[in-house]
Design a binder for this molecule. Sequence first.
Ligand code: KIV
Length: 290
Amino acid sequence: MQKKKTIQDFFAMKEKGESITLITNYDYPTATFAEKAGIDMILVGDSLGMCVYGYEGTMPVTMEMMIVHSEAVRRGAPNTFVIGDMPFLSYQTNDETAVENAGRFFKEARVDAVKLEGGVRVASRIKAIVDAGMLVMGHIGLTPQSSSQLGGFKAQGRTLESAKAQVEDALAVQEAGAAMILLEAIPPEVAGYIRDLLTIPVLSIGAGPYCDGQLLIVSDMLGVFEAFTPKFVKRYAEIAKISTEALTAYVKDVKAKAFPERKHIYPMIPEELAKFEEWTASQKVARDKK
Ligand code: KIV
């Protein structure tokens, strides 16, 4: 059984230059796979809005959905550092709501940290949650909850002005007390600069190789979610293809009466079967007499 890593372990890994592995999981089975694979951290991401519930974005995701999925992930990966992703409007309104909702993740789903999106503008939320004794991961760059303001799911930091804004956001997140930060879809040069500037671990999803660790979404990397695949994804399996082929074979078997076979049934005990046949025959005789 692997020993659960702590935030101190992640700081030590940054110090030693050892890459941190992070995956977004939503459920019990994939959490068990991740723990068996030796993943360092699991994020229960609000991307489940798209990958599990089929919404167009993350906006409709609620605290209730996030808590249920975080509980399932915790059951599947009891010895892995788990981060709960705070959904849209669970922290944006004020510091008190942010602390209450962050607390729900810890109390109900036993997570180790929460993640929230934004830099300078959420600094007071991060500080409030940290002051209440909880660990926070910041998230800047392409922040899906504000995709309408960003003009869609667009990479950030590609101009000097935007790169400087990313650096300013990263510093604000660290200064507010976050224990880690995730950079999404920004150029590697900008990410590398932020990684060197900050003392906290800097994780990347689509932010290139010069970070302290990498994140992929399980549905993307296993080829489960087919609606779209971001450029930064590497596919390690084709589960949607394999699953569709398997379901097609099942439909064919049932139509052809090739399933179930003898090995899939629960036969009666032979002497009981003889008695059952005798009884059904007597029932038929009785019915014929009517
Ligand atoms: O919800 C999620 O999986 C995330 C990643 C896209 C960073 O927040």
